[in-house]
Design a protein around this ligand. Structure first.
Ligand SMILES: NC(=O)c1ccc[n+]([C@@H]2O[C@H](COP(=O)([O-])OP(=O)(O)OC[C@H]3O[C@@H](n4cnc5c(N)ncnc54)[C@H](OP(=O)(O)O)[C@@H]3O)[C@@H](O)[C@H]2O)c1
Length: 316
């Protein structure tokens, strides 16, 4: 038990932590949970690097964080996770500009969008949420190895309950597209990636965690219609009578906890929610991680498939 829970906030989780000297790299750092994670960590002295695809959004978020925290250690870097060329450029640029990354938060994501394709032809949610981060992590790993924080946090979601990874057709080449199942597949991939990466990094003292932040009203819902929103509200409250939306500060708390809690050292490869390590549970609709998302064989299969799809190996 961490002493924290669903209502804990970023500032509460980070109270007592001094992040001075730490470099924190956050994808999706110009919005929602990523921006709040960056703000809270900058307030504790961290050098934060916000990664996103839109420079004007990055500039606005960096200005806001500097204003809120008084920090002069806020950097930005462009990265479009829906383009492997952009991801590779970002990875190379990060290695030139920064000498280490202590905490890497793979936080960016897209949810329930209409069928779309990345620049490389991958289905948009699987391509952005999983494959983009897979390649980015490969390029940033040398920097993480140089850091002392030695943690990687991958944002998943309880929506991983909605679908497994379809190894025979992850990109919806020959099956009907369904936007929630696609999101679920991508968020299961985030957990499987966590399991496989953590296994490879055990010997290097780097821990990798998957996080479900809770339900938070952010820009993530930009693709939802009013009808979609009503259906989502009905679904979550039917599944969990005690459900309530979290604030952004509460939503980003589990990422901050997974990135810094001393009691988690050496315990990577797990899925966290409400600032706790979640149990493996194949039935509950109110929490837990599905066994298919932490299955080590599926994790290895996804690693191999990801290498094939992106056309490069990720040797650790
Ligand atoms: N909010 C929730 O209830 C909830 C629940 C479960 C899990 N999550 C997860 O939490 C994470 C953060 O979501 P959020 O709620 O903070 O949503 P958000 O405010 O929409 O933030 C998502 C971020 O991802 C970025 N992004 C999207 N596509 C990208 C791309 N191709 N390249 C680079 N960046 C891209 C967005 O940038 P742009 O502004 O440029 O699009 C934005 O900065 C996501 O992984 C999400 O799946 C959220």
């Amino acid at each position: 038990m961490s002493g924290f829970g669903a209502k804990s906030t970023t500032d509460e989780v980070l109270a007592g932590h001094d992040l001075t000297g730490m470099t924190v790299f956050i994808t999706g750092g110009a919005s929602g949970l990523g921006q709040e994670t960056a703000r809270a960590m900058a307030a504790k002295g961290a050098h934060v690097v916000l990664a996103a695809r839109d420079q004007s959004k990055l500039d606005a978020a960096a200005t806001e964080i500097r204003k809120q925290t008084g920090s002069d250690k806020v950097d930005t870097i462009q990265c479009d996770l829906a383009s492997l060329a952009s991801v590779r450029v970002c990875g190379k640029e990060a290695n030139e500009r920064f000498d280490k990354i202590d905490l890497l938060l793979n936080n960016a994501g897209v949810m329930a969008c209409p069928l779309g394709r990345t620049a490389d032809g991958f289905e948009l949610q699987f391509g952005t949420n999983h494959l983009g981060h897979f390649v980015l992590t490969k390029y940033l790993l040398p920097l993480v190895e140089e850091g002392s924080g030695k943690r990687i946090v991958n944002l998943s979601s309880r929506a991983h309950h909605m679908d497994q990874v379809h190894f025979d057709d992850p990109n919806y080449a020959s099956r009907d597209y369904e936007k929630w199942q696609s999101y679920g597949q991508s968020k299961t991939a985030n957990v499987l990636f966590t399991v496989a990466l953590d296994k490879r990094l055990k010997g290097k003292g780097i821990d990798v965690f998957a996080v479900h932040p809770g339900g938070i009203m952010t820009n993530l819902g930009r693709h939802l219609t009013e009808e979609d929103r009503a259906a989502l509200q009905a679904r979550v409250t039917q599944a969990d009578q005690s459900f309530s939306w979290k604030t952004v500060e509460q939503g980003a708390a589990t990422s901050c906890w997974a990135a810094t809690a001393p009691e988690l050292a050496g315990h990577g490869g797990v899925y966290c929610e409400d600032c706790q390590v979640a149990a493996v549970d194949d039935a509950s609709s109110t929490g837990g991680v599905r066994s298919y998302a932490v299955d080590p064989d599926k994790a290895e299969r996804l690693w191999t498939l990801s290498e094939e799809l992106v056309g490069e190996t990720f040797a650790v």
